[in-house]
Structures are given as structure tokens and as C-alpha cells.
Design a protein around this ligand. Structure first.
Ligand code: KG4
Ligand code: ZN
Length: 347
């Protein structure tokens, strides 16, 4: 690709990047080519491994990444000659799990003599819709809704992120999972709760829409789980109660997210919305946010369903964008359990 200006000429060589994701309970690998797009990707989910424990067990997660990462990479059929850079998730996430991807990624890059870059997991999520042929132009508002984060971010370009609001307690996905567990749906129960909600009566209960009647763009979802618990206790033996609670809970979360998205588009005067992270797989949420974006005269973009949850493709894409812009890092292997997204500018 050649970019020209009246007094300069920059040539950017095409770049093929290996991406590795091991921040939590999914081992993901992918190859992204800056000219040809996504070349290949593979994923192993640890959901079954953790299901019996009611949540992710960090030590089991790290050990499973060790077991699965190399075979997944072998399956991609890559070698040093075909890869120009390596990207791995450097945080936020479980430190032991992150270290597996970071060590393997850095070792491969060192062996192949190519650069390596540590990617912010949420940057991966928010850029995931850019993997699709139809994707938005910058700037846009991104709603990130995953198991660990609920964030509204103004995105002006790669690395230019301004936090508009975020959850003060449980993330939306976490609230889905905790409420699902309460309803006996196992872990992680977000998708199962959404399915049960389809059978629920929307008029039976009305749960609160937390923090919507005061200004600002922050979220608080932990009270909804308590509300669901109390409702279940009060009506325990009534027929259809679990489905009705699932419906009331989901309606409250979706309504709250929609109200805040509308507000974020209004205060930024932007029209386009990107929605990413595991909860963005929720069909009702998608329907609702499409309306919100249309009302503001713009559109809404999602990653394809398999890239809503954790995956290697989003890390390969984000890493490729960084490496194309000349990102370089010291060889030290550094990962972070916590890592504010807004510090990405100028990396
Ligand atoms: O992005 P992700 O794979 O992991 C994190 O980075 O946290 O998101 C996982 C979250 C889980 O909380 C899961 O219950 C939720 O996404 N989730 C859903 C649905 N599918 C996955 N929540 C609501 N409705 C769904 N259809
Ligand atoms: Zn994630």
C-alpha cells in the first residue's frame, strides 16, 4: 500500500501477523494479513473444564493453555518465513494464563527474528468488527460488553481511545453469569439465560434500570442480581418463575445499555456504534441497539458471532495495526492483570 502527500511518500509493506490470545479461558490463535485479511484462525474453549467449578479456576486455565497452545499453532501450518510479526494478549487478564501466550509469542518472534507486540485485550475486542468486509469508519462509539468489562469508549483511530463510562461493579456479562447461576443454568450462563428469557412474560416483573436517571455514562449491574435473587425467593414455587425472572433481568440490562448508548452518541455527536465482547452475541441486545443507532442517523457494527467472545483473530488484527504503525517493544515478557485502555495512545 502506498500513501502519498504533497511533500512526502510513505511505503507500507504488507504484513502478516500471528495473534495469540490466552487471557482467560479460551486459547485462540490466528494469522492476519494486512492485504488479504484473516488467513486462518483456531480456538479451543475451556468452558467444559471450568463448568463443574462454577467459574474460571486460574491455575487450571494456565495449565490448559500450556497443553493446547502449541498444537493449535501447529495446526496453522506457519513457519518463520511466512510471518512478519507476533501479537499476544498482554493484559488485562489472569496473569498465569497471559504468561503462557506471552512467553510462547515472544519465543517464536525471537526465534523467527521478527518483532513482537503485547496487545490490550479490550483493544482486541473493540477492533474486532474491523475484521469484517463491512466495517465502520473512525470515529465511532464502542460499547464493550464482556464477562470482565462494560465500557463505553470514544474511538478516534487505532490507539486513540477515550473512556466515556464503565461499570462501577459487576460487568454486564458477570451479572448475566451470576443471575444464570442463581436460576440453575450453569456457568457461564449468559447464552442459556438469554434462551430462557425468550419463554418469559415481559409484563410479570419490572426490574430497575440502574443509574439511568442520573447524568453520566457509568454502569452498575450488581444490584440487578440481588433483585433477581429476592424475586426468586418471594415467588419460588410459582410456575414459569425462572423464565419470567430471566426475561425481566435481560430486559433491564438491555434497556440500561441502550439508554447509555443513546446518551453516548448524543454527547459525542457521533452516529456510529460498535458493539463487541461476549454479551454482544445477545440477539435482543443487537435488535435494540440497531434501533438506537438508526435513531441517531448512523449504523451499528458487530464482530461475526464467533469473534464476539475471546479469539486470536482480534489480537492478530490489533497487533498488525500496531506493527504497521511501527510499534516496537523491549524483549522483556511483561503482562498485566489490570491495564487501563485509555493508556494505549502513542504505544
Ligand atoms: O468477551 P468474553 O468471551 O470474555 C471476557 O473477555 O470476559 O465474554 C464472555 C461473557 C460471559 O459472561 C457470557 O455469559 C457472556 O459473555 N455471553 C452472553 C451471551 N453469550 C455470551 N451474555 C448474554 N447473552 C448471550 N447470548
Ligand atoms: Zn474478552
Amino acid at each position: 500500500m502506498v500513501a502519498t502527500g504533497w511533500n512526502f511518500r510513505v511505503t507500507i509493506a504488507p504484513m502478516r501477523v500471528l495473534g495469540i490470545e490466552t487471557s482467560c479461558d479460551e486459547t485462540g490463535v490466528a494469522v492476519y494479513d494486512s492485504e488479504r485479511g484473516l488467513v486462518d484462525h483456531a480456538l479451543h474453549s475451556q468452558v467444559e473444564l471450568h463448568a463443574g467449578h462454577g467459574g474460571v479456576v486460574p491455575e487450571l486455565a494456565s495449565r490448559d493453555h500450556v497443553r493446547k497452545l502449541i498444537p493449535l499453532l501447529r495446526g496453522l501450518g506457519i513457519d518463520g518465513g511466512s510471518i512478519d510479526g507476533v501479537a499476544y494478549t498482554a493484559g488485562p487478564g489472569l496473569v498465569g494464563a497471559l504468561l503462557v501466550g506471552a512467553s510462547v509469542g515472544r519465543a517464536l518472534a525471537w526465534g523467527w527474528g521478527v518483532p513482537a507486540v503485547g496487545v490490550h485485550h479490550m483493544e482486541g475486542h473493540l477492533l474486532a468488527p474491523m475484521l469484517e468486509e463491512s466495517h465502520p469508519e473512525y470515529p465511532f462509539v464502542a460499547l464493550l460488553v464482556s464477562g470482565g468489562h462494560t465500557q463505553l469508549v470514544r474511538v478516534d483511530g487505532v490507539g486513540c481511545y477515550r473512556m466515556l463510562g464503565e461499570s462501577l461493579d459487576d460487568a454486564a456479562g458477570e451479572a448475566f453469569d451470576k443471575t444464570a447461576k442463581l436460576l440453575g443454568l450453569g456457568y457461564p450462563g449468559g447464552a442459556a439465560l438469554a434462551r430462557l428469557a425468550e419463554q418469559g412474560d415481559p409484563r410479570r416483573f419490572r426490574f430497575p434500570r440502574p443509574m439511568t436517571n442520573r447524568p453520566g455514562l457509568d454502569f452498575s449491574f450488581s444490584g440487578l442480581k440481588t433483585y433477581a435473587m429476592n424475586t426468586l425467593r418471594e415467588h419460588r414455587n410459582q410456575p414459569g418463575i425462572r423464565a419470567d425472572i430471566a426475561r425481566a433481568f435481560q430486559d433491564a440490562v438491555i434497556d440500561t445499555l441502550a439508554i447509555k448508548c443513546r446518551r453516548a452518541l448524543r454527547v459525542t455527536s457521533l452516529r456510529n456504534l460498535v458493539v463487541a465482547g461476549g454479551v454482544s452475541a445477545n440477539r435482543e441486545l443487537r435488535r435494540r441497539l440497531r434501533r438506537v443507532a438508526e435513531e441517531s442517523g448512523g449504523g451499528v457494527w458487530y464482530p461475526r458471532p464467533e469473534f464476539c467472545t475471546d479469539n486470536g483473530a482480534m489480537i492478530a488484527y490489533a497487533g498488525c495495526q500496531r506493527l504497521l504503525r511501527g510499534a516496537s517493544e523491549p524483549q522483556a515478557i511483561e503482562v498485566r492483570a489490570r491495564w487501563p485502555l485509555a493508556t494505549q495512545e502513542g504505544r
